[in-house]
Design a protein around this ligand. Sequence first.
Ligand code: SAH
Ligand code: SF4
Length: 358
Amino acid sequence: MSEKQNLLNFDRKGLEAFFAELGEKPFRATQVLKWVHQMGVSDFELMTNLSKTLRERLAEVAEVRLPEIVFEQKSEDGTYKWVLELDGQNRIETVFIPEEGRGTLCVSSQVGCALECTFCSTGQQGFNRNLSTAEIIGQVWVAARALEGKARLTNVVMMGMGEPLLNFKNTVASLNLMMDDFAYGLAKRRVTVSTSGVVPAMYRLAELSDASLAVSLHAPNDELRNELVPINKKYPIAELLEACKHYIKDEKRRKITFEYVMLSGINDSVEQAHELKNLLKDVPSKVNLIPFNPFPNTQYKRSSNNAIHRFTAVLKEAGLITTTRKTRGDDIDAACGQLVGKVKDKTKRQLKAQQVAI
Ligand code: SAH
Ligand code: SF4
């Protein structure tokens, strides 16, 4: 086992503390951030604005260790997917979606997910562990290098595998790096955390980060949401919406995006659209409808285009900005909710599922 500090685990403050321990000045942190994240350099020997002594010292005590790419796939529509090896037991997936004038990277925060949303294949797979900051920001590093000269990475969404707010500290450090001018320099409106509604962590995030927030709502009432998004039993809709309002109280953040997966015959009726419209009446919001992406053994079906249009019409009529997410990269299983990686489940959930199947 390597005892060296992986510098990818540190945001700027963390790196400053690391250099302070070595008896170095804080500006070393910005120098190293630039080398590692902007220039993609992982070999200290090449960091020529550091003294030779410091480079040698760094080589002794530190390293820049990245997740290993198992393979890269490119979809017919230009979507990329990378499968990354973490520790021999676990793999995660990262997806890049090019669009007119922008490019969005969808980043994972955990190996699997401990919350068992019924329509999500990641959730059905079980959970192994949180990703380190190095493993989260490593996904951005890998994509930025692979896309050099081909496409521009302008947005990051934490909508891959896992619940980012249940891996709070590492998520915040990674967000800091994404938005740091000396690392990836992304605008705060272009960095989005998606949560299924871990209410206390939403309040803490409001203190610590300017990232945009997307909330996976998926149902217009507690009864249905309890079924689809089980964490709702702990943090019901009223508490969730309070936390949303708090998050955008500050002028810097303007709207919450509510994600709503369209499941045929479950949550896509015109009545439910009205219910949703009333629910969001006094929360500045945008609604993003996500056509359900099927996966093996799921009980759900994607809503018809007609149902999606009818649902959209009700929300738009009420003045809510409503978009429908285009399904991208499904030919390479890179669409929302299709990311599975390889999860060595520690929750015995896969075993339970097998027993039910038998
Ligand atoms: N755990 C976080 C972020 C990861 S999931 C969250 O739940 O918000 C990212 C988005 O994909 C969420 O809105 C999630 O509900 C949605 N999603 C999950 N499974 C899906 C599926 N099979 N089809 C379409 N969207 C899905
Ligand atoms: Fe976890 Fe999000 Fe999937 Fe729910 S939708 S199981 S919170 S990854």
